[in-house]
Design a protein around this ligand. Structure first.
Ligand code: CP
Ligand code: NVA
Length: 304
């Protein structure tokens, strides 16, 4: 594994190895056991979009690993004034040991990896959010002990989260059901991957998708960059909400996850959100542990 660009690139074994290492690093973090595996290493963090969790968990994670994180707002970089990503990649590769990037086009992240010579980590694009889904898988395994026999259900926009959850869920062996409006389906590449596998279903009926689910997940109706579509999406996504009816259709011990930020009253009710807050905030915490594992795997050399 040279980069983390998208879940489609990872094998099942690579995913499980990251989760196992994340468990170990989480234990060390919780017990105050130092683990300065990336001492002397630097991570550049390029942000073209807002972030709370991704920025703080990468920055803190790098610090806990003994390395140094640099926050690089795209507004202040020459890339924000049109310097090609091909050049940015080659320059930053001369200074840094790794780059985390949050941006719009997946192609930009892929190009950074192609032209640079250091590991690239995708911190969210319009296409996918692999760091979040690794944290989600870590949380599911923590709560349910296994992926075997579990059904994951995603309700909402066929966006970056849907794309990554479908691939990640299927790769670790879960059944995956998706409910989204006809015009807001996941990316065609993800649909092609999923439809060639056992255990995938997609519908426009949330209650149908939620039947006997063990894990229910949703995300915002309008992602970052879709601000001009907010009103139209509020209409298109009516009913695509995790609420009491959905919970009643799922298994009685079903867990609920949300990558955050959440819009109560839209994709999830305040009641369901608060009833499952412990799972949702464990999920948020697990961003830290999963990403530390990714950084160690990519930048830790022999220590990975
Ligand atoms: N879930 C997530 O990626 O959060 P941020 O946008 O706050 O980084
Ligand atoms: N789908 C959301 C996820 C935010 C973490 C977005 O892209 O804005």
């Amino acid at each position: 594994m040279k980069h983390l660009l998208k879940m489609l690139d990872l094998s099942q074994q690579e995913i499980l190895d990251i989760l196992d290492l994340a468990d170990k690093l989480k234990y060390q973090t919780k017990h105050g056991i130092p683990h300065p595996i990336l001492q002397g290493k630097t991570l550049g963090m390029i942000f073209q979009k807002a972030s709370t969790r991704t920025r703080v968990s990468f920055e803190t994670g790098m610090y806990q690993l003994g390395g140094y994180p640099l926050f690089l707002s795209a507004n202040d970089l020459q890339i924000g004034r049109g310097e090609p990503v091909e050049d940015t990649a080659r320059v930053l590769s001369r200074y840094l040991d790794g780059i985390m990037i949050r941006t719009f086009a997946q192609e930009e992240v892929e190009k950074l990896a192609e032209y640079g010579s250091i590991p690239i980590i995708n911190g969210l694009t319009d296409f996918c959010h692999p760091c979040q889904v690794l944290a989600d898988l870590l949380t599911i395994r923590e709560k349910k002990d296994t992926f075997d026999g579990l059904k994951m259900c995603y309700i909402g926009d066929g966006n970056n989260m849907a794309n990554s959850l479908i691939v990640g869920g299927l790769k670790v062996g879960m059944e995956v059901s998706v409910a989204c409006p006809e015009n807001y389906r996941p990316d065609p590449a993800v649909m092609a991957f999923a439809e060639a596998r056992e255990g995938f279903s997609i519908t426009d009926k949330p209650l149908e998708a939620a039947a006997n689910a063990d894990v229910l997940i949703t995300d915002v109706w309008s992602s970052m960059g879709m601000e001009s579509e907010i009103e139209a999406r509020k209409i298109a996504f009516q009913g695509y909400q995790i609420n009491d009816d959905i919970m009643a259709a799922a298994h009685s011990d079903a867990m609920v996850m949300h990558c955050l930020p959440a819009h109560r009253g839209e994709e999830i009710t305040a009641k369901v959100f608060e009833a499952h807050a412990s799972e949702i905030f464990d999920e948020a915490e697990n961003r830290l542990h999963a990403q530390k594992a990714v950084m160690v795997k990519l930048m830790g050399g022999d220590q990975a």
